[in-house]
Design a protein around this ligand. Structure first.
Ligand SMILES: NC(=O)c1ccc[n+]([C@@H]2O[C@H](COP(=O)([O-])OP(=O)(O)OC[C@H]3O[C@@H](n4cnc5c(N)ncnc54)[C@H](O)[C@@H]3O)[C@@H](O)[C@H]2O)c1
Length: 311
């Protein structure tokens, strides 16, 4: 089985690559390294277990060249995150929407039949129910949310017209090994950076806001299950179905690291949602997915990795 992983040198993509290699897949990665790191997959590239193509999904000829003899596509390459999209709205749409059309067109021309798409809970926009199932209203409120939603819709449309099936996995908050701190980073790498720098953690608001965290190892498993599922085109929420407060997270990370830096509270940010938890029942029922890495265990392995690789 030959798989193309777009964005395969990124945080989640490299976890998908690792799993696919363990499963005996023939893996090709297409990535322009704009936010990914070749170090994430270097051992596989050097061992010739992964064919790495440095290329851009917004350049159609590069995508078509990477699609030769591919059976299944794991499409993760993206401009990631709300704030990045507010700073670069055109680039966000170009990569996330036009890039996805390029991937679908190349699939159609080269005969690749299945795509597993890394979508995002950002496509829901403002959350109006305490737990979010697949039918939650879709009112994306950032260029990023809109481009992820539009890409989903494009995949569903191509699946209706052509001989392609597409599974869209809407990720909630993903964390884990290979997640580095960057300016647009997520909460866990930001807290890790603070802890190891010996600086207090800043929490916006009173810290009672909740988030649903899933480890990237589990996300990789969900991608594999989605690719193999007998079920055709569909959308699934990918969360653990459990949530923790940001206060709990800050305390727990300090406890696990054995470093007490304290917490500083700053005013709440207007765009921050208060509570966010996936209803992942459909994902469990249809794809057989259940998050298996407990949050404490996952934070421990993350902090070990961060200390060795980022400090
Ligand atoms: N991290 C999360 O919590 C989260 C949540 C929801 C959805 N997602 C989705 O998961 C996917 C992976 O995100 P991530 O967190 O691993 O981010 P990441 O930035 O580590 O990975 C994105 C990868 O895509 C590559 N890339 C970007 N633009 C490209 C282009 N034009 N051509 C080729 N490659 C390009 C980057 O170099 C990087 O390797 C994305 O589609 C993102 O929208 C992530």
């Amino acid at each position: 089985m030959r798989a193309l992983v777009t964005g395969g040198s990124g945080f989640i993509g490299s976890n998908v690559v690792k799993l696919l290699i363990g499963e005996g897949y023939n893996v090709r990665v297409l990535d322009n390294l704009s936010s990914g790191y070749i170090e994430n997959i270097a051992e596989y590239v050097n061992a010739k277990k992964v064919e790495f193509i440095k290329g851009d999904i917004t350049h159609y000829p590069e995508v078509e060249a990477a699609m030769a003899n591919v059976d299944v596509v794991f499409h993760l390459a993206a401009s990631v995150g709300r704030q990045r999209s507010l700073d670069n709205p055109q680039l966000d749409s170009e990569i996330n929407l036009i890039g996805t059309v390029n991937v679908l067109e190349a699939m159609r021309k080269c005969g690749a039949k299945r795509i597993v798409y890394s979508s995002s809970a950002a496509m829901f926009g403002e959350l109006v129910t305490p737990t979010i199932d697949e039918n939650h209203p879709q009112n994306a409120d950032s260029p990023y949310g809109v481009s992820k939603l539009a890409a989903e819709k494009m995949i569903l449309a191509y699946s209706g017209i052509y001989d392609i099936t597409g599974v869209c996995l809407r990720y909630f908050n993903i964390y884990g090994v290979n997640q580095r701190f960057d300016l647009y980073g997520n909460v866990i790498p930001i807290f890790a950076k603070r802890i190891f720098a010996g600086e207090p953690i800043t929490i916006y608001g009173d810290g009672s806001q909740t988030r649903d965290f899933v480890n990237a190892k589990d996300v990789a498993i969900a991608n594999l299950l989605a690719s193999k599922s007998e079920n055709g085109t569909d959308v699934y929420n990918l969360g653990s179905g459990e949530s923790v407060t940001i206060n709990w997270l800050a305390e727990k990370m300090q406890e696990i690291a054995g470093i007490n830096v304290g917490i500083v509270y700053a005013p709440e940010r207007p765009a921050d949602v208060k509570h966010c938890k996936a209803n992942a029942d459909k994902t469990a029922r249809v794809l057989g997915f259940k998050a298996s890495v407990g949050l404490e265990e996952g934070l421990k392995s993350y902090l070990d990795w961060y200390k060795q690789n980022c400090v």
